[in-house]
Design a protein around this ligand. Structure first.
Ligand code: ARG
Length: 470
C-alpha cells in the first residue's frame, strides 16, 4: 500500500523501530526527554545474560532453531565484548540499553537479530535486569559491610582495656569499654546484613515470560529460564511482575537504615575528634584543612557520610512516591526508579568503604579517655548498688547517693575523693569495702551479664564476631 505523502518508514536508518503505526519521527525534545541509556547502560551485562537465557528458552519452545539460537547468542556475546571493552558506540537513537543492544545485535548478525525480542517486552526485560543486577550488587554490599565490621572489631580488640564515659542524653552516665561502644555498631551492621539477605530472598524471582503485561503467546518454559538464570522461583502474575518495584523499595529502605547507622557513627566521630572531646584523632589523610584558618583539621568524611544520608532517604521517598498512585501495570514513570536505586547503592557503597578505611586508621587518645572516666560522677550508680548490696532499698540508696553527689558538686570534688568517715556521715552502711567497688574497671566488670560491658563479656563477643566474620 502506498504511504501517505510526508510519511516515512519509521524504521529507516537513524530512527527508532516503533514500526508502521507511526507517521512522524520522534520529536527531538521527546527523544532527549525519554532517553535513559546514560543511566541504564550499567545493566548491560545482565540485559545480555537475560537475552541469552530468553533465546535458549525460545529454542526449547521451537520458536528459534538451534542454528538461529547459536548465531544470536554469538552475536550477543560480541555485543557484550564491545561493551566490556568500552568499544560499543551508542547512537543518539539508543533510547535505553535494551534497544541499544538489540540495535547493535542486528547490525552484527542481520535481520535475525530482530527475533531476540520474540515473546518479550522491555517491561519484563527491565524487571529481570534490575533483579539480576541487585542480586550481584547486594552480594558486594554484604562483603563491604563485613569488612567494615571487621575494622570495628579489630579497633575494639586493640583497645580492649580502654574505658570511656558511656552517655545517655549526651551526658556522662556510666563507664563502658571503648570496644563495647564500637561493637554496638557491629550489631547494627549485622542487622543491616540481615535486611539485605531478606530483600535478596524476595527479589530473587524470575519475571521474564510476563510479556508487556498479560503473559506471552509462546509456549515458553519459564521454569527452564529460571534455572538458566539461577532463580529459585518465578513470578505468578504478569501484571504484578512488570509493575512491581517493592523489591527496590525494600532495598532503598534497608540502605536508608544502613546510612542512618553510618551517620550516627559519623556524628560520634565528629564529636569525639573535636577539641571539646579529643577522644580520637582522625587520620590526616581523611581530613581537610581550611583555606583560611591554618590550625583547622576538618572531619569532612564523617560529615559527608552524615550529609549523604539525607540523599539516600530522599531516594527512598522518591521510589515510594513514584509508585504510590500508579495504575497497573507498567507505566513509564517506572523508568525513574533506576537513578534513585543506583545512586542509593553507590552512595552506601562509597560511604561504607571510606568509613572502613577511616576506622582502620583511627587513633584512640587513651590518656584523654582515662581522664574523662575519672570525672562526671560516673561511679554514682556503683555507690547506690553497693548500698543495695548492704540491704538498703534501692530508692533510699538512690537518695543517699544523690546527697553524696550534691556534696561533691558543692565542694568541687569527685565522689571518690571523700574519705570513709566523710562517706559514713551519709550512711552508716558504708564500709571500707566500698572503695574496691568505686573504680572504673570494677564498675565495668560488674556488668558481666550477656550484652554487658564487662571485659570478659566484650572479649568473648569479639571472639564470636571474629569467628563469624572470618
Ligand atoms: N527504559 C524503560 C524503563 O526503564 C524500559 C521499559 C520501557 N517500556 C516501555 N513500555 N516504554 O522502564
Amino acid at each position: 500500500m502506498a504511504r501517505a505523502k510526508g510519511r516515512s518508514p519509521a524504521t529507516s536508518k537513524g530512527e527508532k523501530a516503533w514500526g508502521g503505526r507511526f507517521t512522524q519521527k520522534t520529536n527531538r525534545l521527546v527523544e532527549a526527554f525519554t532517553v535513559s541509556v546514560a543511566v541504564d547502560r550499567r545493566l548491560y551485562a545482565y540485559d545480555i545474560q537475560g537475552s541469552i537465557a530468553h533465546c535458549q528458552t525460545l529454542r526449547k519452545a521451537h520458536v528459534l532453531t538451534v542454528t538461529e539460537t547459536k548465531t544470536i547468542v554469538k552475536g550477543l556475546e560480541s555485543v557484550k565484548r564491545e561493551l566490556d571493552r568500552g568499544r560499543f558506540r551508542f547512537t543518539p537513537h539508543d533510547e535505553d540499553i535494551h534497544m541499544a543492544v538489540e540495535r547493535r545485535l542486528t547490525e552484527l548478525i542481520g535481520p535475525l537479530g530482530g527475533k531476540v525480542h520474540t515473546g518479550r517486552s522491555r517491561n519484563d526485560q527491565v524487571a529481570l535486569d534490575i533483579r539480576l543486577y541487585l542480586r550481584d550488587q547486594l552480594g558486594l554490599l554484604t562483603v563491604a559491610l563485613e569488612s567494615f565490621q571487621r575494622a570495628l572489631v579489630a579497633k575494639g580488640k586493640a583497645n580492649l582495656t580502654v574505658a570511656m564515659p558511656g552517655y545517655t542524653h549526651l551526658q556522662r552516665a556510666q563507664p563502658v569499654l571503648f570496644a563495647h561502644h564500637l561493637l554496638a555498631y557491629v550489631e547494627m551492621i549485622e542487622r543491616d546484613k540481615g535486611r539485605v539477605r531478606d530483600a535478596v530472598a524476595r527479589l530473587n524471582v524470575l519475571p521474564l515470560g510476563s510479556g508487556a503485561l498479560a503473559g506471552t503467546n509462546y509456549p515458553v518454559d519459564r521454569l527452564f529460564t529460571a534455572k538458566l538464570l539461577g532463580f529459585p522461583a518465578i513470578t505468578h502474575n504478569s501484571l504484578d511482575a512488570v509493575s512491581d518495584r517493592d523489591f527496590m523499595i525494600e532495598v532503598a529502605s534497608g540502605l536508608s537504615i544502613t546510612m542512618m547507622h553510618l551517620s550516627r557513627l559519623s556524628e560520634e566521630l565528629i564529636l569525639w575528634s573535636s577539641q571539646e572531646f579529643r577522644f580520637v584523632d582522625l587520620p590526616d589523610a581523611f581530613c581537610t584543612g581550611s583555606s583560611m584558618m591554618p590550625q583547622k583539621k576538618n572531619p569532612d568524611v564523617p560529615e559527608l557520610v552524615r550529609g549523604k544520608t539525607g540523599r539516600v532517604y530522599g531516594h527512598l521517598v522518591n521510589l515510594l512516591t513514584t509508585l504510590k498512585a500508579l495504575p497497573l501495570s507498567y507505566n513509564r514513570d517506572l523508568q525513574e526508579d533506576k537513578p534513585a536505586l543506583f545512586d542509593a547503592l553507590d552512595t552506601v557503597m562509597a560511604s561504607v568503604e571510606v568509613l572502613t578505611e577511616l576506622m582502620r586508621r583511627l587513633t584512640v587518645n587513651r590518656k584523654v579517655l582515662a581522664q574523662a572516666v575519672q570525672g562526671g560522677g560516673l561511679l554514682a550508680t556503683e555507690l547506690a548498688d553497693y548500698l543495695v548490696g548492704r540491704g538498703v532499698p534501692f530508692r533510699e540508696a538512690h537518695a543517699i547517693t544523690g546527697r553524696v553527689v550534691r556534696a561533691a558538686l558543692d565542694q568541687g570534688c569527685e565522689l571518690t575523693d571523700f574519705s570513709l568517715q566523710e562517706l559514713q556521715k551519709f550512711s552508716s552502711r558504708i564500709e571500707k569495702s566500698l572503695f574496691a567497688r568505686l573504680t572504673v574497671m570494677a564498675a565495668i566488670d560488674q556488668k558481666s551479664q550477656i550484652g554487658g560491658t564487662a571485659r570478659a563479656r566484650v572479649e568473648q563477643r569479639i571472639k564470636e564476631l571474629e569467628r563469624r566474620l572470618s
